[in-house]
Design a protein around this ligand. Structure first.
Ligand SMILES: *Cc1c(COP(=O)(O)O)cnc(C)c1O
Length: 500
């Protein structure tokens, strides 16, 4: 399988796409085609473990990796040491036709682990395959969860390092502590004065800066990305959509071939794009429902066909979705525009220069045949957490609750009662204060409550045990204190590299 850039150029192997992250023309790597799995494959997958399902899906894309390499990488990523549930991504029924796919059983309690536990293994294999001797230096912008997941994934992996920028005031206390207490001799964490979009834009600029590239190169390092723009992040995410379906078949909830819906709490559009890729490979999907918080630029986009970032940026109780520029949407646009890289370049230029582009009515209709979209504000999100807890006995985090609320809206508006899987992206304990506030109906009071106290209270109330990762957190020393402005990002990375 070769990979092309969404902006028209490039033709690379899977290992190169993973190693280089972003195409030289600034576009994102996309597979030349989507391998179509035969319908009986859905039945075959049902009898497999998560690890076997992963290899069965990944091998179609990772063509320049051997099956043995994929198997070993998968075994190293998804195991009992890293995940606290043997199913890895367990599926739970919470009401008649609603299931939750729990993607938060990994080391950092958010769905980013699903990809970032595997990516370092793919990256080091990819480096070897391409005769690369330089250290693979991962550069990450995070809205909270990617940073820690990348740090945990790459921590002490030989031949790599991992540098993370997080927005100073844009992450929760737990998220911040998770990052700043990270161990490992090859990890760097830098606070950026700005929001997530500033961090992401800054990192993208570092990747395309010739002078910065040269400074990195003389230090014997090669820049690579662990953000969801890297295809190596996307591929592992395709797996759990198939896995969820296989589990539904096993549970007798659907017959193989029967379409289902997924509702996905969305920020950078990576998770839901993986669902779209799974659908393109033959997964029976009726609707993909894109759920946003008050930063609802995507909701408007699916409604109007206009992507417009000229709007207020809100800090919400679902911070990992506080994003106005959803990078991975570019990959969906590429399919929507019949893989016309020139058109994508035009739209992306318009986005950069005038902060908006319009895809036209026909293409909007094409998208709406598969996608639905909606959003929930913080109040609706809190109500949803309480309702799900009281009625269904299910404790969900703020991001998952956004999806759950949007599903409720969608069902009311459309009457579509197709079995739907809510994709759950974080443990409720990662956002314990807001979850507790929602359940006790006193959001404002608990917002600033100590996260650990909130976790303990939540445990007493719900009976769901506090994960060890949260319990231990306040006993760990803070190791990372670097901070910079947007125009100081390059220097901050070089300082980290030089051990300053
Ligand atoms: C990253 C993240 C999201 C958004 O996922 P995208 O792939 O960026 O759309 C949602 N919820 C949580 C908890 C996350 O960490």
């Amino acid at each position: 399988m070769s990979f092309f850039s969404t902006r028209g150029g490039a033709c690379v192997t899977a290992s190169q796409a993973i190693l280089y992250g972003l195409a030289p023309d600034g576009g994102l790597y996309v597979p030349a085609m989507f391998p179509l799995l035969p319908p009986n494959k859905l039945v075959t997958l049902a009898d497999m473990t998560y690890q076997q399902r992963a290899t069965a899906i990944l091998k179609h894309y990772l063509e320049d990796f051997t099956i043995k390499e994929i198997d070993e990488a998968v075994a190293a990523a998804y195991n009992a040491e890293k995940f606290d549930d043997p199913a890895i991504a367990p599926l739970k029924r919470i009401d008649g036709n609603t299931h939750v796919l729990e993607l938060f059983h990994g080391p950092t309690l958010a769905f980013k682990d699903m990809a970032l536990q595997l990516l370092p293994h793919l990256t080091t294999l990819a480096a070897r395959k391409n005769g690369e001797n330089r250290e693979v230096s991962i550069l990450v912008a995070t809205s909270g969860d990617t940073g820690k997941a990348a740090l945990e994934g790459f921590k002490d992996v030989p031949g790599t390092s991992c540098t993370v920028f997080y927005p100073t005031d844009g992450v929760s206390d737990v998220q911040k502590l998770q990052m700043t207490t990270t161990g490992g001799s090859n990890t760097h964490v830098i606070a950026l004065d700005g929001n997530f979009d500033d961090a992401q834009t800054g990192v993208k600029e570092l990747f395309s800066s010739v002078t910065f590239g040269a400074s990195v190169n003389v230090r014997g390092k090669l820049l690579s990305s662990a953000n969801s723009i890297n295809f190596g992040r996307l591929a592992p995410q395709i797996v759990y959509y198939f896995s969820a379906y296989a589990d539904l078949v096993n549970q007798g909830a659907v017959k193989a071939g029967e379409p289902i819906n997924f509702v996905v709490p969305t920020g950078n559009f990576g998770n839901i794009l993986a669902a779209y890729y799974a659908r393109s490979m033959g997964l029976p999907v009726n609707k993909l429902i894109c759920a946003s918080n008050r930063n609802n630029v995507l909701t408007d986009f699916f409604l109007t066909g206009v992507y417009d970032t000229r709007r207020q940026f809100f800090k919400t109780t679902s911070p990992s979705m506080d994003i106005l520029i959803s990078s991975n949407l570019e990959r969906l646009l590429f399919e929507c525009a019949d893989r016309d890289g020139e058109l994508i370049s035009v739209w992306m230029k318009q986005l950069k220069e005038s902060h908006s582009y319009c895809i036209g009515e026909q293409r909007r209709e094409w998208l709406n045949a598969v996608f639905a979209a909606g959003y929930a504000d913080d109040m609706q999100c809190a109500d949803e957490i309480r309702t799900r807890f009281e009625r269904d006995g299910y404790l969900m985090d703020t991001h998952t609750a956004v999806a759950s609320h949007v599903l409720r809206q969608y069902r009311e508006e459309t009457g579509d009662e197709t079995l739907t899987v809510i994709v759950s992206t974080a443990s409720p304990y990662k956002f314990a204060a807001d979850v507790l506030g929602a359940i006790q109906q006193r959001g404002e009071e608990t917002r600033h409550m100590d996260a650990f106290m909130a976790a303990e209270m939540l445990e007493r109330l719900s009976g769901v045990p506090v994960p060890a990762q949260v319990r231990e957190l306040h006993t760990l020393p803070v190791r990372h204190t670097a901070r910079c402005q947007q125009n100081g990002m390059a220097q901050a990375v070089l300082n980290a590299f030089d051990g300053k």
